[in-house]
Design a binder for this molecule. Structure first.
Ligand code: RNT
Ligand code: ZN
Length: 422
């Protein structure tokens, strides 16, 4: 289709939305200001580059698949991220894990990491006008082999991970300072038990104390924010997870930390979209790990499903975008990893745009009038408004391919770069 035809399609859509009192131009502008934090770990199956044969282990999480071409070092991962970012509309953030440190060939223990070990990542982000977020890596390490880290009964193990948490916060603060936007450093630990434990209390009390030590150093919220991420169960921690939802909700409320809600970390019929407005009654800011569990916390690529739309609707309807840090958390090793990033991230952005062009005025009116009939009718009619034309227009204005054309670029990159990796 010629470009004047395409903009004609958008003009018609704009008009149609306009008749419902929806300003698509304002939505496009608003959307461009919402960053999504792209998780680096989709690019190498949560491996990290600490040693050449580094593999995801001991974390109660699992990447499955062996699609060829995964990034083998930080330069390749950055190149892959660049390729993905070129196909994703808007300006976004990079979410890095501590195990992606660049230590110049000589290993550095995780409790000794320094901002310098991330300077190439920071420079890369700065060059692209991107902010960064950060994560301690409390898994895939001999000190995590017991299945317990910050809540371990072994004080040496606990000390090691407390120190890791402390250095990670300094690294996060350095990122925030260098990039002029606060870095959210997230704490997720795998601690838990495969079978029914006798003592549920001890590890939680130890975690509480350990976290207080991790967070002891005051950091300027203008450069750094802390988040804590709960979970229901993991592989090998099916019966008990120390850092449960209640634990971290309470912790976040008491200490003013961000609560991280991962879409895959609850019972399969429990949804984070319904938690957002409750959590915001008591915490100031949240971090999201937008993911897709299939029967369990399987971290599938995010699709434009009901829950993704519901999450976006809650953020937009509740006017929570300014208090929400949107991060992604999925890793599929069975398909092209760059395509995985592009599909999942474009879907997150699409869901936000959909929520921004919702006929929310009509819906609210119907609800206020206790007119459930009109509310349902409008909700359903809204689903077939010409959203696709607005989304395509956004992609055009942001200079990224509209429709599935991005896949050709990914295929070409696969041929030119990925297929040469052994
Ligand atoms: C694990 C958590 C955690 C990790 C990343 C790699 O269940 O979701 O966020 O996925 O830190
Ligand atoms: Zn997560």
């Amino acid at each position: 289709m010629a470009s004047n035809q395409k903009s004609g399609v958008y003009a018609v859509a704009r008009e149609q939305y306009g008749c419902l009192g929806i300003d698509t131009e304002a939505a496009l502008e608003r959307l461009a200001a919402v960053p999504v934090s792209l998780h680096c770990w989709q690019g190498d199956d949560v491996g990290g580059f600490e040693s050449p044969d580094a593999q995801l282990s001991g974390g109660g999480i699992q990447a499955t698949g062996n699609y060829p071409g995964k990034a083998r070092n930080a330069d390749e991962l950055r190149a892959d991220l660049e390729q993905a970012l070129a196909l994703i509309p808007g300006t976004h953030r990079l979410n890095l894990h501590a195990m992606y440190a660049e230590t110049g060939g000589s290993p550095v223990e995780r409790n000794q990491l320094e901002p310098d070990h991330f300077s190439r990542w920071i420079d890369w982000a700065r060059d692209r006008g991107m902010g960064m977020d950060f994560n301690g890596t409390y898994f895939s390490h001999p000190m995590a082999d017991s299945g317990y880290t910050l809540s371990s009964a072994d004080s040496d193990v606990r000390r090691f991970w407390i120190e890791h948490g402390q250095v990670c916060r300094r690294i996060g603060a350095a990122m925030g300072l260098a990039l002029g936007t606060p870095c959210v450093t997230n704490v997720w630990i795998p601690d838990g038990s495969k079978d029914t434990p006798v003592d549920r209390k001890g590890p939680r009390l130890r975690l509480l104390e350990a976290l207080d030590q991790v967070f002891a150093e005051p950091l300027d919220p203008a450069v750094h924010l802390d988040a804590v991420e709960s979970k229901l169960f993991g592989l090998g921690s099916e019966s008990y997870v120390v850092g449960s939802h209640e634990f971290y909700l309470g912790y976040a409320m008491r200490t003013g930390k961000l609560l991280c809600l991962d879409a895959g970390h609850f019972h399969p019929t429990e949804v984070i979209s319904d938690k957002i407005s409750s959590v915001f009654c008591f915490v100031d800011r949240i971090l999201l790990h937008v993911s897709r569990g299939v029967r369990w916390d399987s971290d599938h690529v995010v699709t434009l499903n009901d829950e993704l739309q519901a999450i976006a609707q809650e953020l937009v309807r509740g006017d929570y975008l300014d208090r929400t840090h949107i991060g992604l958390d999925f890793f599929d090793a069975s398909i092209n990893r760059i395509a995985a990033w592009v599909i999942g991230t474009r879907n997150m952005i699409k869901a936000l745009l959909m929520a921004m062009v919702e006929p929310v005025g009509r819906l609210r009116q119907a609800e206020a009038a206790a007119d459930g009939t009109a509310r349902l009718a409008w909700m359903e009619e809204a689903k077939t408004l010409p959203f696709g034309a607005v989304w395509d227009e956004y992609c055009r204005r942001q200079d990224v391919p509209e429709g599935p054309a991005w896949l050709d670029t990914v295929r070409q990159y696969e041929k030119d770069a990925l297929s040469r990796r052994s």
